[in-house]
Design a binder for this molecule. Sequence first.
Ligand code: NDP
Ligand code: GDR
Length: 365
Amino acid sequence: MKVALVTGITGQDGAYLAELLLDKGYMVHGIKRRASSFNTTRIDHLYQDPHEKNQRFKLHYGDLTDSMNLTRIIQETQPDEIYNLGAMSHVKVSFDIPEYTANADGIGTLRILEAVRLLGLEKKTRIYQASTSELYGLVQAVPQSETTPFYPRSPYAVAKIYAYWITVNYREAYGMFACNGILFNHESPLRGETFVTRKITRAVAQIALGQQDILYMGNLEAQRDWGHAKDYVEAMWRILQQEKPEDFVIATGITTKVRDFVQMAFAEVGYQLRFEGEGVDEIGVVAEIDAERLKAIQTKNQNKVAIGTVVVRVDPTYFRPTEVDLLLGDPTKAQQQLGWKPKYTLASLVQEMVAADVVLFKNGK
Ligand code: NDP
Ligand code: GDR
């Protein structure tokens, strides 16, 4: 049985990847952080009683800032594959906690690589590093491929650039099977609540159910290449099954403005939105209501929204000191070498996310 160790298993990607690896027959070890309240909601359905025989899913307390802890877990678990998904992953928050971000996201990756090497596992253990399209930052060229130059625009991206290059360096210096997946934004109903897509779908659900009035947004002009996390964890696994260790861009090849995502999400609950004004004065106004669609999600007549109601406003609090304006990936190499092709479209992603949040808020979560 193949053994995998996943850092960041309690996060969006960790949860989908754990499911995928269990389906493929792996023994899955995950590292979770100690927290004062439960932080395993995304993976609770995978929990197995440690007293049961043939346990294939096991969690270990740990942290990417603790070398000795990581070394011990790697020694104990002797993994065939490590997926390093753990990170302080919020770009805006990284401006508030830059040193911690560098430690966890940058040096954390070094700690994993060095532990594997010191334990003499460099010929056994394959390592996947969760690299990011944020490395491209200030646009140098589009679409962005494996050969496009990097220009990071946040403490998060600068930490991840260290992680990217230390992964390349350990591959070249010690012949380790260590790879970067340069993944563009990927979302799902499990997406963290403060990332833009989930923030939007949650607000849309609550506004449609009469539980919230306004959605406050940051930069509506930014463009992102959004895919579904379920498709992207499949690519992670394929990257580690190659004959040679290489780096891959994983993206859909389509980019969309934040503003358009907002409109698509509102359309799911029956509101056609019109944007008016500019910059911080821009507002999103309900231009039309599809009453049938709206009624289908409401349990009683909760609608407080009429045509002409303002449901979106801009709040500069959400602007970033330096922004990444445009991300658009070129997944040609992944398509050709990994045979990877996403199953979800943006429309099906938005539909799934809004529907899931409607259920969540209908049930009073
Ligand atoms: P999440 O924020 O959902 O999950 C991050 C995970 O890392 C959580 O399990 C979190 O634990 C854990 N973590 C945070 N800090 C530490 C630490 N110091 N030590 C150990 N674990 C830690 O991110 P995603 O699942 O969306 O992303 C997975 C990885 O992929 C991240 O590295 C991210 O930077 C990267 N990435 C994500 C993309 C995306 O669009 N989703 C695109 C490209 C790259 P806890 O639950 O306790 O907070
Ligand atoms: P990003 O994702 O920074 O691309 O990083 P996020 O969803 O946070 O932002 C995307 C774009 O939307 C704009 N935006 C807002 N963002 C947030 N969070 N909240 C808002 O209110 C808002 N309004 C507008 C942002 O300015 C930005 O342009 C994600 C993370 O998952 C990283 O870990 C990962 O590496 C990259 O994707 C690829």
